[in-house]
Ligand binder design. Structure first.
Ligand SMILES: *Cc1c(COP(=O)(O)O)cnc(C)c1O
Length: 392
């Protein structure tokens, strides 16, 4: 059996072989603990970690000391949100977010809500976009934090981060951005966009799993966070635990490659994504695009197939690996909260499929995927027609 064509790059990306090569020495001869400052083993490790930290801060227009390594974006988001709330020891405080956030963010808010924090979850438009004015109107004297993701993991919608950041700055409210899907892909400037806290992860940019970071502004404003993992006070007291040097090196290398390639790569992926979209649309004019077409990541395609179920489509489409809803919620059969949030009813939401392209998808693969997808849809439509004929 040959492996299916991988069109699920927003769930995770394969590790770039160049990234793997950069990590290998840190599993072998350069095994030192970055906190061991008295010998060459520790010094080499520390230098590699700082090199990666520099790379990240440079890309974001931040300072190296504002980057805190974590086990991934889920931890980074938890640290940023709970860290702010618990630092203020302010249970009556108010936070604003939007309906289409990742579960890592929404579930963190659910746990805070149980502790008495007030959470406003703003709706998005049918295009998936959040209206910055709705954020402005929701801010009260008790609001301490606004969190809005940069690009959506299911429908690829790119939010007006700079506009929302400006509103937050004017109102003196902290602004946290989950940038997992845009980091290394779109331009991010934390100063220009007035972002105070930002989370991202290695495994969405062809880097390793199990490594991410939180950017925490240390000047205008100087943010203090309540530590979530107690221990030796690593990462300037923000996050304890021996640093996974090999993972950190991989993250830095992955970012370096992504930044160098992103302009060319975004253009290439958009052409392939559009080819896929129009080829499906040509054969099946009833498909419905989820999310704005223009304000969208170039590698994301999310479609509803009216009258069909995404589970059945995926079973028929064995040659293509993709997602129904997001990877994290496909374990249960509840329709995606993102597709529901843009106004699709339950039945349509159950027909949504995400195709997400990436660095290692070449045109012949997309051509092959088009045939597999269109054939699967044809077959299912035929079966459905035959069934309704027998019922009559
Ligand atoms: C992948 C992802 C996360 C979770 O990141 P991990 O590093 O896997 O914990 C959070 N938010 C978004 C938007 C994501 O795409």
């Amino acid at each position: 059996m040959s492996y299916p064509i991988y069109l699920d790059n927003q769930a995770t990306t394969p590790l770039d072989p160049i990234v793997l090569d950069s990590m290998m020495p840190y599993f072998n001869e350069k095994f030192g603990n970055a906190a061991s400052s008295h010998h060459i083993y520790g010094q080499d490790a520390k230098q590699a970690v700082e090199c990666s930290r520099n790379e990240i801060s440079k890309v974001l227009n931040a300072k190296p000391r504002e980057i805190i390594f974590t086990s991934g974006a889920t931890e980074a988001v938890n640290l940023g949100i709970k860290g702010v709330v618990e630092q203020n020891e302010n249970t009556g405080c108010h936070i604003i977010t939007q309906e289409t956030e990742h579960k890592a963010v929404l579930d963190t808010y659910i746990s805070l809500e149980k502790k008495g924090v007030k959470i406003s979850i703003l709706p998005v438009g049918s295009d998936g976009l959040l209206d910055p004015d709705s954020v402005k109107n929701e801010i009260t004297n008790n609001t301490v934090l606004v969190s809005v993701m940069h690009a959506n993991n299911e429908i690829g919608t790119v939010q007006s981060i700079k506009e929302i950041g400006l509103i937050c700055r004017d109102k003196g409210v902290l602004f946290l951005v989950d940038s997992c899907q845009s980091f290394g892909k779109l331009d991010i400037d934390v100063k220009d966009m007035n972002i105070n806290l930002l989370a991202a992860t290695g495994h969405k940019i062809y880097g390793p799993k199990g490594i991410g970071f939180l950017y925490v502004s240390q000047k205008d404003p100087n943010i203090k966070l309540k530590m979530q993992i107690d221990g030796g006070g690593h990462e300037r007291g923000f996050r304890s635990g021996t640093l996974p040097v090999s993972q950190i090196v991989g993250l830095g290398k992955a970012l370096q490659i992504s930044e160098k390639e992103k302009k060319k790569e975004n253009k290439r992926l958009k052409i392939l994504r559009d080819k896929l979209y129009y080829a499906i649309l040509d054969s099946h004019p009833d498909v419905i695009l989820n999310g704005s077409f223009d304000r969208r990541l170039p590698h994301n395609l999310n479609l509803c197939f009216p009258g069909l179920s995404a589970e059945n489509i995926i079973m028929k489409m064995r040659g293509v690996a993709c997602s129904t809803g997001s990877a994290c919620s496909s374990a249960n059969l509840k329709p995606s909260h993102v597709i529901k949030a843009i106004g699709r009813d339950n039945e349509l939401a159950h027909s949504a499929i995400r195709f997400s392209l990436g660095r290692f998808n070449l045109e012949p693969e997309i051509d092959k995927a088009i045939i597999i997808i269109n054939n699967a849809i044809n077959l299912l439509k035929e079966q459905k027609n035959n069934r309704s004929k027998t019922i009559i």
